[in-house]
Design a protein around this ligand. Structure first.
Ligand SMILES: Nc1ncnc2c1ncn2[C@@H]1O[C@H](COP(=O)(O)O)[C@@H](OP(=O)(O)O)[C@H]1O
Ligand SMILES: [Mg+2]
Length: 371
C-alpha cells in the first residue's frame, strides 16, 4: 500500500485523537474534583489496573467515527477495553456517565471536521461501538489498534497519559497518532511536576507519522476544536554521547525493572537521573528530542500488547529514532494482540549510535540480572 493513499486514514485518525483527547481532558478535570474521588467513575480491572469513563468513552467515539468514515462492515479494531463490567446491572450509573461524555464529545465532532450522529447515541449504541473493537489483529489485513487511555494510572493521578491510535496492515504499522493532553510545551515540566497543576488544554499536543514518509509531526491541542496553526516537524535529539543522554522509563517499578535499567545506564556512562513518565508519552519525548533513550524491561511473565507500542514506534522511527527489542530486533506486530517473541525488553533511542551501545550493554549485563 503506497504511503500517499493513506490520506483519509491519517486525517481521520488525527482528528479523532484530538476529539478523544478533549474528552479525556474533561474527564480528568472531573476526577480531580474532591467530590468525585469516590463516585464510581474509576473501576478496577481483573489485574487491579484502573479503568475510567475516559477509557470507555474514547473507545466508543473512535469506534463510532471510524465506522462512520470507513464503514462498519469490514472494520477491524483491536483495542484495550471490553464491555463486560460496563454492561452489568450495577454499572448503570457508570454507563450513564460514559454516555454523557461520549455524546458531549460527539456533539463537538463537526468542529474537528468529523461527522456527528443525528441524535445522541443510546447506551446500546455505545456498548456496540465499544465491543466492536474486539478484533484480535494478526498477520493479514488492516487493523486499527487503539489504546484509549494509555497510562490509566497516570490519568487518574492527574499526570501523563496518552490516547494512542495506529493502523496496521499485514503486520506492519502504517501510521500512528499519539494524543498527549498533559505533555507540556516545556520539557522540564515532565520531571518537576508542573504538569500537576490544572492548566489550559493548549498545554497538550498530538503527534503523528506515516510509515516511510521520513516525517513526524506535532500539533497543539486546543480547546474546543481542531487547531488552525500548522503542524511542526518532530526531530529526535542529536545527542549520541551517553554522558549527555536522558533515559526515560515507566514510573511504576512493577512495569519495568528500575534496578536493571539503572545498572545498564551506568555501565554505558549515563550520568543523568532517569526521567520517569507514565504512558506512551515516553515515545513522544524521544520523538520530540526531550530524551534520548526509553527502556522498558517488564517481568518475563508479562506479555507486551500491540496497542501499547504501535503508534509510538512509528512516530519515533519517522522522527529519526530507532526502536527494537533488547536483542536488537524489530517489534513484531503481526502475531495478534501480543508482541510475541519479544526478546527481554523494549529499547527506543534517538539514533543508531546510542542504540547499539544499549543493546551491547544489555548483553553484557543480562547474565548478572535476575530478570
Ligand atoms: N506488569 C506489567 N509489566 C509491564 N507493563 C505493564 C504491566 N501491567 C500493565 N502494563 C502496561 O504498562 C502500561 C502503562 O505503561 P507505563 O508503566 O509506561 O505508564 C499499561 O497501559 P494501560 O495504562 O493502558 O493499561 C499496561 O499496558
Ligand atoms: Mg496501555
Amino acid at each position: 500500500m503506497a504511503v500517499e493513499s493513506l490520506e483519509t486514514e491519517m486525517d481521520t485518525a488525527v482528528r479523532v485523537v484530538h476529539l478523544a483527547s478533549s474528552l479525556c481532558v474533561k474527564v480528568q478535570e472531573k476526577l480531580r474534583l474532591p467530590s468525585s474521588t469516590n463516585n464510581g467513575h474509576v473501576k478496577s480491572k481483573d489485574d487491579d489496573s484502573p479503568v475510567t469513563v475516559a477509557d470507555w468513552g474514547v473507545q466508543a467515539i473512535v469506534s463510532w467515527v471510524l465506522a462512520e468514515v470507513f464503514g462498519g462492515q469490514n472494520l477491524s479494531i483491536v483495542a484495550e477495553e471490553d464491555t463486560e463490567s460496563l454492561s452489568k446491572a450495577e454499572s448503570l450509573g457508570l454507563l450513564g456517565a460514559v454516555s454523557n461524555a461520549v455524546n458531549e464529545a460527539l456533539s463537538e465532532a463537526p468542529k474537528y471536521g468529523l461527522p456527528k450522529p443525528d441524535k445522541p447515541l443510546g447506551s446500546s449504541d455505545i456498548l456496540k461501538a465499544i465491543s466492536r473493537c474486539n478484533s484480535l489483529g494478526g498477520p493479514k489485513g488492516r487493523h486499527w489498534v487503539l489504546d484509549p487511555v494509555d497510562g490509566t494510572l497516570g490519568f487518574v493521578r492527574g499526570d501523563q497519559y496518552a490516547v494512542a491510535l495506529a493502523l496496521i496492515e499485514n503486520g506492519k504499522v502504517l501510521l500512528g497518532v499519539l494524543g498527549c493532553p498533559n505533555y507540556p510545551v516545556k520539557k522540564e515540566c515532565l520531571s518537576n511536576g508542573c504538569n500537576q497543576t490544572t492548566g489550559s488544554v493548549s498545554k497538550g499536543c498530538v503527534m503523528y507519522a506515516k510509515k516511510g514518509s521520513g516525517q513526524a509531526w506535532m500539533q497543539p491541542l486546543v480547546s474546543g476544536g481542531f487547531p488552525e496553526s500548522a503542524a511542526t516537524v518532530l526531530k529526535v535529539s542529536t545527542v549520541d554521547d551517553p554522558v549527555l543522554a536522558t533515559v526515560c522509563e515507566p514510573v511504576e517499578r512493577a512495569n519495568s525493572n528500575h534496578l536493571f535499567t539503572a545498572g545498564l545506564a551506568n555501565s554505558m556512562g549515563v550520568r543523568k537521573q532517569p526521567l520517569r513518565v507514565y504512558s506512551m508519552v515516553k515515545y513522544a519525548a524521544i520523538a520530540r528530542g526531550d530524551a534520548e533513550v526509553f527502556m522498558k524491561f517488564a517481568q518475563s511473565s508479562y506479555k507486551e500488547k500491540i496497542w501499547d507500542h504501535a503508534a509510538g514506534v512509528v512516530i519515533v522511527e519517522e522522527a529519526g529514532g530507532v526502536v527494537t527489542d533488547a536483542g536488537g530486533r524489530e517489534l513484531d506486530f503481526s502475531k495478534g494482540v501480543y508482541l510475541e517473541g519479544l526478546d527481554r525488553g523494549i529499547v527506543a533511542s534517538s539514533g543508531q549510535v546510542l542504540h547499539e551501545k544499549i543493546i551491547g550493554a544489555v548483553y553484557a549485563s543480562w547474565e548478572s540480572s535476575s530478570l
